[in-house]
Design a protein. Sequence first.
Lengths: 313, 304
Amino acid sequence: MLRRVPEVLVRARGLTKRFGAFTAVDGIDFDLFRGEAFGFLGPNGAGKSSTMRMIGCVSPPTSGELTILGGDPVRDGVAIRGRLGVVPQEDTLDIELTVRENLLVYGRYFGLPRKLIAERADQLLEFVQLTDRADSKVDPLSGGMKRRLVIARSLVNDPDILILDEPTTGLDPQARHVVWDRLYRLKQRGVTLILTTHYMDEAEQLCDRLVVMDRARIAAAGTPRELIEAYSSPEVLELRFAPEVHEAAAEKIKDLGTERIEATADRIMLYVDDGDEALERVRGTGLEPLASFVRRSTLEDVFLRLTGRRLID
Amino acid sequence: MSDVSRGDDPPYPPVRARSQAIVSGARAETVIRSGYQRVLPPVGDLRRLKSGAGSLRLIERHVRAYRHLWLVFASGITEPLFYLLSIGIGLGVLVGKVPGPGGQLVPYREFVAPGLLAVSAMNGAMYDSTFNVFFRLKYDKLYDAVLATPIRPLQVALGEIGWALLRGVLYAVAFTLVMAIMGLVTSWWALLAVPVAVVIGFAFAAAGMAATTYMRSWQDFDYVILVSVPLFLFSTTFYPLSVYPRVVGVIVECTPLYQGVTLLRDLVLGAPGPDLIWRAAYLVVMGVAGVALAARRIARLLLP
């Protein structure tokens, strides 16, 4: 029922953002199509938030081309922002207002009529399951509730694109699942989502297509499946050895064959087509792991391969 | 897509809202199903936002946020009234008469009242444009949220200054009424006192907001006090300019509150001269410069 012809809502070519000598975003290209959920994955400081802010028309690009809903973010910023919904990384809820008032007042910033906003506010509170907290102040809400309220607020103008910057960072698992559930429903209804995350499960659950950003550039792009196929193997064999034989075992396995292997402080991972077969071959060399585990490759494997295991913070 | 009409599903508002607005009965289903085929969404009235109404939305927000606190607002009027009673009436008994703007002798309380009126317009406007703006800027993150919508930095500046000004004007009107009741108003020119108070409030609200964008912490507000207290005390609020040695007098004549005090005193005591035009212009220019600077700073801080 959606249009079959993909409609490009955001187009970036050579998009660059510099702050003085620091380059936050270094010449990235991407297209966002109507109705899809598009993810920016990357470690902290990779340039995700800077990209989101440029798309949100609250940070002018330094150079390159950026078109949002057919307009230029600097020249048409006012009109574009009127058609965006933004969930910023840090909650910017109005702590001097109640939950419901946050929606009523925010809708007015878009110049919407009060009656329409009031109707939407009630429906949105129901949608994010905050109806019973409508008259509460914002401060006593839990982190998950605040996040849901920010999501409700971002929908008050019925946006064409919903921009979410790390929508579930800092939430406990239950709260994350509630947020994912709401976002999934929005996606099902054809809302175009663009989100950043450093949670692989979030990206796998929500994103139709994604790019992996690292050090201000796009390291890889595609669907989650394409990325796994391109940058990892179908299966991963994880092995654990006793600490005293760990290093020797790693060396021995390296000699074993052609597959990519990765040894961390406590585990050895073999990226292979067939995990059980690889385990047999390891055992064939006389090595007996304390524990072995065969699993399918995930985005996390792709992510760690592309962005490395170095600590960012 | 068809899942929108499922029973266990809380409604996604835009779809529901549109379907209710557009159709009823049997056709609703079709509209719900094709909810996202529309070409353009309802964007709101962007033209009105462009023409400056955006700043009114911010004032609307403040009305909602502070409507339970109207008593705090109203209490702000008491400070200049206490000054009027203690200094104007109390001290006035000791002072007797002083030379007014036209050279004629006037009772001290009549002399000091317009000065205090100017001070109340300044203070009322500064309360909001300094402390409250700083809170919204650094802690409430209000402007971060607002600037993600169609509202622009200039509208934020105008909205905040407009709101601060409202408070200044409220105090000025109340103070003028008290003056009239106490018989301290002797000329019809005094009717201009309220618009002049608006100009004073505008100048100080704008300057206060612009200065606030440079504040790093609450401690920096000591500088605001460092400026506003001497202005309050030395801008000929309590005694005529002739008291000062010539050099000091010239310096005082250059300060902004002096323009406001002179404007109000000359009007209320019925001796306006042509110099009042450029004194008002001084305050207007100060206000416009403050608005421009505040808007630029907001953009610089929040839209890097």
